[in-house]
Design a protein around this ligand. Structure first.
Ligand code: 13P
Ligand code: SF4
Length: 338
């Protein structure tokens, strides 16, 4: 059973151009088998984020949050990393493990946070505050990382901000919502870059308040990329892995989930008897909270990127070394975090 994949034709490769028109792609079980065969043949590892489409999560060797995925990418002894997430995540894998081939199923799998904060923009901001330390969310590109003193993820951000010298101002980029949340948690004033996640800023506090009223026994759990009014309503706030652990361990049986809906795939597996309700967004015509960047990856594109080893993440060595420093500083300060 063979098929062709027209939807991937608009892909822009990072290195080399793969003309997908007319390429044969197995379907159904044959596709799964072909991916597993390629994995063996190429000594590859498949890493996937919790927001990936379900079939990709199911075939991954490792599923995790941004911090866990960065650690896996650093430590793997596979020859090829097929990174099922968005571009900044695959790029971080390459920065950490330059001798491995890193491929991403779809190079247009971007991120509104990363796109909204250039290295040059951050350099200009730090010129305005020469005494400030720059803490940057991992959701940014290599040039932006290279302008940072330390990188954080949603799992370790609070620990890292607490550890920064108290006598220095802190610039936090690019997520103003996460920055505001951290500022409140740590009591530390921060100079915030004006960026946000298009998925998390779409949650509607009013509609979620109604959901809570309709489900009086439910708890609202939210990712800190959500806006303050939603976070203020939340019973628990945490990274994707923290949200998963909370749903699994907490006694409550019903949860309203304010983060990208791909997480429900793993949540249902870990807490099969609990009721999981996606939080509502402003747009009443759509109850979904999907990141269309994350959902650009498909099993077909995963197969193709492993077979043709394209699109491949390539990074200039000088830039890589500059971007590596703040990531290593993060890994050092977050050893205690799982
Ligand atoms: P974590 O998985 O690190 O919580 O963050 C997810 C993310 O920012 C992707 O949008
Ligand atoms: Fe970026 Fe938001 Fe998508 Fe995460 S969910 S990849 S922060 S746009």
């Amino acid at each position: 059973m063979k098929d062709t994949l027209d939807t991937a034709v608009d892909q822009m490769p990072v290195k080399g151009f793969l003309d997908l028109k007319g390429l044969e792609i197995p379907t159904g079980d044959d596709l799964i088998k072909a991916i597993l065969d390629l994995k063996k043949e190429k000594n590859a590892v498949i890493l996937a984020h919790y927001y990936q489409p379900g079939p990709i999560q199911d075939i991954a060797d490792f599923l995790g949050d941004s911090l866990q995925l960065a650690r896996q990418a650093k430590d793997t002894d596979a020859d090829m990393i097929a990174f099922c997430g968005v571009h900044f995540m695959a790029e971080a894998a390459k920065i950490l493990n330059p001798n491995k081939k890193v491929v991403l199923p779809d190079t247009l799998a971007g991120c509104s946070l990363a796109d909204g904060c250039s290295g040059e923009g951050l350099r200009k901001m730090r010129e305005k505050y020469p005494n400030a330390l720059v803490a940057t969310y991992i959701n940014c590109n290599a040039e932006t990382k290279a302008e940072s003193d330390i990188i954080v993820t949603s799992s370790n951000a609070e620990t890292i901000i607490e550890a920064l010298p108290k006598d220095r101002p802190v610039i936090f980029a690019p997520d103003k919502n996460l920055g505001r949340y951290l500022s409140k948690k740590t009591g530390r004033d921060m100079i915030l870059w004006d960026g946000s996640c298009i998925v998390h800023e779409a949650f509607s506090m009013e509609r979620i308040a109604k959901q809570l009223a309709e489900h009086p026994n439910a708890k609202l759990i939210a990712h800190p990329e959500s806006e303050s009014p939603v976070l203020e309503l939340a019973h628990f706030i945490g990274s994707t892995s923290a949200l998963l652990n909370y749903v699994e361990k907490d006694d409550c049986q019903e949860f309203i989930i304010a983060t990208e809906e791909g997480i429900l795939h793993e949540m249902k597996k870990r807490a099969p008897h609990k009721t999981l309700i996606p939080a509502l967004v402003f747009d009443e015509s759509c109850n979904c909270s999907e990141c269309f960047y994350m959902k650009r990856n498909t099993l077909e594109k995963l197969y193709l990127c492993m077979k043709y080893e394209l699109p491949e993440i390539i990074i200039d060595e000088e830039l890589r070394l500059k971007a590596l420093k703040p990531i290593e500083a993060m890994l050092e300060l977050s050893k205690s975090i799982k």
